[in-house]
Design a protein. Structure first.
Length: 197
C-alpha cells in the first residue's frame, strides 16, 4: 500500500467519477464550472443547466412601466383630440386604448415583481442543489458524486426540472420540460435503510 497520499499536508482530493459512463478527469466538472465555460452559452448547456428562471430586473420593470405609460399617454391624447374636435370614435377609441395600456402595463410590472420575489425566495435552496452537482461531457449527464440529494445520473433537462421544482420554480418550467420524467429513486433512511416517503 502506498503512503504517498498519507504523507505531507493531506490527502489528494477525490476525483468525481460519472456513474453513467465511468468518465472522470477534464470531462467531469461541477455544474457551475460547466456553465461558466464560454462554450456552454453557445451550445445552450448553460440554459439547460440554469439554476433559476430568468427574472426581469427592477430597471427593466421601470423601463416597461415608462414605455407603457407613454403608450397610454398616446391613447389619452387621441381621446383628448376626439373631445376637442367632436370625433366620438377618437374619444372612445383613445379612452379604451389608454385604459387597456395602463391596466396591461400595471399587470406586466406586477408579474415581473412577483417573478423576482419567487426567484429570490428559492435562490438558497436552488443553490444548495445546483452547486455540488457535476456535469459529464462524455455522456451529457448530471450527477451528485456523493449520491445525495439524488442518486444516479440525470439528463440536463431532468436536473433542471429537479432543481427548479425543489426550489419552488415549478410554475416557470416550460411545457416541454413538464413532460420530462425524473427516474425513480428509493428514499433511504438513516444508515441506508429504506425510508418512508
Amino acid at each position: 500500500m502506498s503512503t504517498e497520499k498519507s504523507e505531507g499536508s493531506g490527502a489528494a482530493p477525490v476525483e468525481a467519477v460519472c456513474p453513467g459512463c465511468g468518465a472522470s478527469g477534464p470531462s467531469v466538472r461541477t455544474v457551475p464550472d460547466a456553465c461558466a465555460d464560454p462554450r456552454s452559452s453557445r451550445s445552450g448547456l448553460s440554459d439547460r443547466l440554469a439554476k433559476a428562471p430568468g427574472a426581469q430586473s427592477k430597471s427593466d420593470s421601470v423601463m416597461h412601466f415608462l414605455e407603457g405609460m407613454v403608450l397610454a399617454g398616446i391613447g389619452a391624447g387621441l381621446a383628448h383630440s376626439g373631445v376637442q374636435n367632436d370625433k366620438p370614435l377618437y374619444t372612445v377609441g383613445g379612452t379604451v386604448l389608454a385604459v387597456l395600456l395602463f391596466v396591461g402595463t400595471v399587470l406586466v410590472v406586477r408579474g415581473e415583481s412577483r417573478d423576482r420575489t419567487l426567484v429570490a425566495a428559492g435562490r438558497e435552496r436552488a443553490d444548495r442543489l445546483w452547486r455540488p452537482a457535476h456535469h459529464c461531457a462524455s455522456c451529457e449527464s448530471v450527477f451528485y458524486p456523493t449520491g445525495s440529494p439524488w442518486p444516479g445520473p440525470l439528463t440536463a433537462d431532468q436536473f433542471r426540472k429537479y432543481v427548479w421544482t425543489e426550489a419552488g420554480y415549478h410554475k416557470h418550467i416550460e411545457e416541454r420540460l413538464r413532460k420530462v420524467e425524473l427516474p425513480p429513486r428509493t428514499p433511504t433512511g438513516p444508515e441506508g435503510a429504506p425510508g418512508h416517503a
